[in-house]
Design a protein around this ligand. Structure first.
Ligand code: IVH
Length: 397
């Protein structure tokens, strides 16, 4: 849970001084988004301020700062390291409902000239951070963030802190495995307990916590995270996977070597024949979302056959052979109405926020834990503040 002081939800920029202050606020907020720091702006306030900056830049073209975030990829904030990726780490295109999924199916069919014959896989879209893990002869030698997709940061210092990514595989394989690192709900609660014990501010949500934890080098404590592989590519020109392996076979080979994959997640990896069956799986995964041990923000559908994937091809940012069906956001703003002492789920008495009721992903949230009084002070919370509430699984936090 993070605060949003009302003064920062700015909708207009009217002077050069205000413009420069707004650029700084945008830079700080987007750096926090990609690097896991604490941001004073939630997504909506960020978008509003960014829009105000763009309006001012359009009206004052001669005064536009050459490094304004509005002109840069990912607002220039995704930390880009110096490790070149073997092949680009792509993102995913999104749809939001069955109509979007059908439209994606039609575009695939146009590219291939016929409906895919090899079927589709359906797996959860884990809400964490993308990581490439390089194994040489079975040993985990390097971890790299996505960065801008062509270069990432070396984060090998977190080797040993990630369940599902063993330092030694059961086979002496050389391969680069790609997947998502996230906190499970349990790991997230534990991480925040450790943070409180070290007088550090609790993480606003698991995704933000993971982004920061992957990059942190100087913390006096270690936090455990979890990896789920969703792909693998060749490393050092060593053939690892049989030519023409399907997506499901690739993940099965990775799992056989000892790495956790999305197929091992509670939502699993299912192979279906067509997009109607894929939509049924999307609905089933959406229905189990609140009970899953890790946060998901969508469901990913991929063409299973390697030759058909190659025929569909890749665009500048996304492969044409995969699509994410996004699920509703689990964060919303509301007003802090009161703070009371309540006994939490674990039997511990904790200050609890009483909130103006908000509907988040199908349930009405009216309470949120505030952990302890020191945390309230660190966040500088006051009754009447607008706050961002994050709903974790089937409980609110
Ligand atoms: S596939 C070439 N599968 O979502 C295909 N991505 O918003 C690349 N993600 O950058 C990605 N779960 O970090 C894939 N089962 C999954 C995923 C997944 C989470 C992340 C990934 C990607 C981002 C796109």
């Amino acid at each position: 849970m993070t605060t949003l002081p009302a003064a920062q939800a700015q909708s207009a920029v009217s002077s050069r001084t205000e413009y420069e202050a707004a650029l700084q606020l945008l830079r700080d907020a987007s750096r926090a988004y990609y690097s896991g720091g604490d941001s004073a702006l939630d997504d909506a306030a960020y978008d509003q301020l960014r829009h105000a900056v763009r309006v001012w830049e359009e009206e004052n073209p001669a005064e536009v700062s050459p490094d304004s975030p509005t002109g840069l990829v990912a607002d220039g904030a995704a930390p880009v390291g110096d490790v070149a990726h073997t092949t680009r780490l792509l993102s995913l295109d999104n749809v939001f409902d069955s109509v979007g999924l059908i439209a994606w199916g039609a575009s695939v069919q146009r590219r291939l000239g016929n409906a895919p014959q090899g079927g589709f896989t359906v797996e959860p879209k884990i809400d964490g951070a993308a990581v490439a893990a390089r194994y040489r002869e079975g040993r985990l030698v390097q971890l790299i963030t996505r960065g801008d997709g062509s270069h990432g940061e070396d984060i090998s210092h977190v080797i040993g802190q990630i369940d599902g990514l063993p330092e030694q595989l059961t086979e002496p394989v050389t391969v680069e495995v790609r997947g998502e690192v996230a906190f499970t709900q349990e790991q997230f609660e534990k991480a925040n307990e450790v943070r409180l014990a070290h007088n550090a501010q609790v993480f606003a949500n698991p995704r933000n916590g993971v982004a920061g934890t992957l990059r942190a080098k100087d913390r006096p404590y270690r936090l455990q995270m979890t990896f789920w592989a969703y792909g693998a590519v060749e490393l050092d020109v060593v053939a690892y996977l049989p030519a023409g392996a399907t997506h499901a076979q690739t993940l099965a080979a990775v799992a056989a070597a000892g790495i956790r994959t999305t197929a091992d997640s509670a939502a699993g990896l299912h192979i279906v024949g067509d997009l109607a069956a894929a939509q049924e799986r999307v609905d089933a995964i959406a229905a189990m979302r609140a009970q899953l041990p890790v946060g998901i923000d969508g469901v990913v559908i991929k063409m299973n056959d390697a030759a058909e994937q190659a025929a569909a091809g890749v665009g500048s940012r996304f492969p044409h052979w995969a699509i994410a069906v996004k699920l509703p956001a689990v964060e919303r703003q509301t007003v802090l109405e009161d703070v009371v002492w309540e006994v939490g789920r674990t039997g511990v008495l904790a200050p609890t926020a009483v909130l103006a009721p908000v509907e988040i992903d199908g349930s009405t949230v009216t309470r949120a834990t505030l952990h302890n009084p020191a945390d309230i002070r660190r966040r500088d919370l006051h009754i009447g503040d607008t706050v961002t509430v994050y709903k974790a699984g089937d409980i609110s936090a």
